[in-house]
Write a protein that binds this ligand. Sequence first.
Ligand code: HEC
Ligand code: HEC
Length: 442
Amino acid sequence: MIRCLAIVVVVVSVGTARADPDADRGKQALFTRAFVPAPWTFSGYENVWKIWQPPLKEKPADYDAAFRERYGLHPAPYENGRLPMGLREGRLLFAKGITTDCLLCHGGAIFGKSYPGLGNSSLDIHALFSEMGKASTGSGRLPFTFSNVRGTTEAGAFAVYLWSFREPDLSITFKRHDFGLRDDLCEDTPAWWHLKKKKTMYHTGTADARSVRSIMQFMLTPDNSREVFEKTEPVFADIQAYILSLEAPKYPLAVDRALADKGERLFHRHCSQCHGSYGPQWSYPNKIVPIEIIGTDPTRLVGLSRALGEHYNRSWFAKEKGDGYLAMEPKGYQAPPLDGVWATAPYFHNGSVPTLYDVLNSQTRPKIFTRSFQTHREDYDEVKVGWKVKVLERGADANLSDFERRKIYDTTQPGRGNGGHTFGDRLTEEERRAVVEYLKTL
Ligand code: HEC
Ligand code: HEC
């Protein structure tokens, strides 16, 4: 046996110039680094099943899978020990613990396969934080509702809450700012592969899509100082480069080409002015559609206060690149690109519509419904394209546990309205089928 001696050449970088943002480095950072301290312990992970309701007699045999299913998490498609995508090992003082990362919300699965960049439409973030908190430290109390419905989050409330402890220079304030914290915005997580087409981002298109600092807001937990933000900014420039490199997954089942071609012509007539065109010569108009025209639920649009926007605009976050990337006045919802739209159900900014067919027929949208929150082929509606749902006659009973209640999407509740976007109503049934067929190909 000949042993090879690997000669490791250590390249010492000289000077301070920072290399251009790099997608591979960003991917590496996203899959290996923790950016917020660990709130939970490994023993919390091992023992949290003891507080699950209804109670279990013994620890489930395939515990990691049972844990993922409980909270709507997916296997990590990269080395992550036993932890699912979205959780990772982190540090709290000198001990090892478990923390969360971007992929908690931005890592989803479709047909049972995990995709970083796909919004996680299975997640019960409220149960995860309250139960892991309780199992780790004894307290599962949360300062606000992290989600009212499984598969959606109150991401906006996280930002509002974290900002309320910060001055514009990012120092911590003990006199908490009141930015009007509310937890009924009910947000569906957008797919990351759309960012490369966008000039403005977020559902309301109020942020410049080039902003690196804007996507660092989840690091505003009190333990991260301004120095940490400054030091980490280049890492987030790399993460942004990775996000910009992502492509939508292709529809894996058969497509009726002739029907899809017909749908494409209809799409150009009825939809392209807002959603753009696709294929090699694609275009995307970056249109923010006024609320009077789009008519979808207005809660998210009006739910983040002007005071917060002004505070943000005075802060380090807005001072990126010259005049900075200022938060803009919300006017409506941005018509998103539709690449990979077959994989991103449920639809609209609040996830209130489970299938593409129902997006195009406002009369058939289910009012109160539940679903499996699994992502296998049997959970997927291949005809209406999106998630299979079970329609319910009425909302949650008063005696239902919160965990079960969050499995019910009730469109009569605040932030969860499923009205508006009636552009498909004028199509005939056959035309609607053709447009849905075309949407599969994007
Ligand atoms: C709690 C869930 C959650 C976490 C964690 C999270 N995001 Fe998001 N993200 C969202 C939601 C929801 C939106 C849409 C927000 C809106 O419009 O109000 C969003 C929007 C975005 C967008 C804009 C997408 C678009 O097309 O408009 C980017 C980019 C982004 N997040 C990056 C990140 C990065 C990077 C991290 C990790 C540092 C992260 N997010 C962590 C939920 C989350
Ligand atoms: C006047 C502009 C406009 C027209 C015309 C329009 N849309 Fe939209 N569409 C939007 C906006 C804005 C949204 C986001 C609404 C929200 O999230 O509240 C949207 C959302 C969607 C979504 C959900 C996307 C997601 O990821 O949640 C789909 C699918 C869609 N539109 C398809 C179509 C199709 C197909 C047509 C043509 C029949 C069409 N739209 C016509 C503006 C438009």
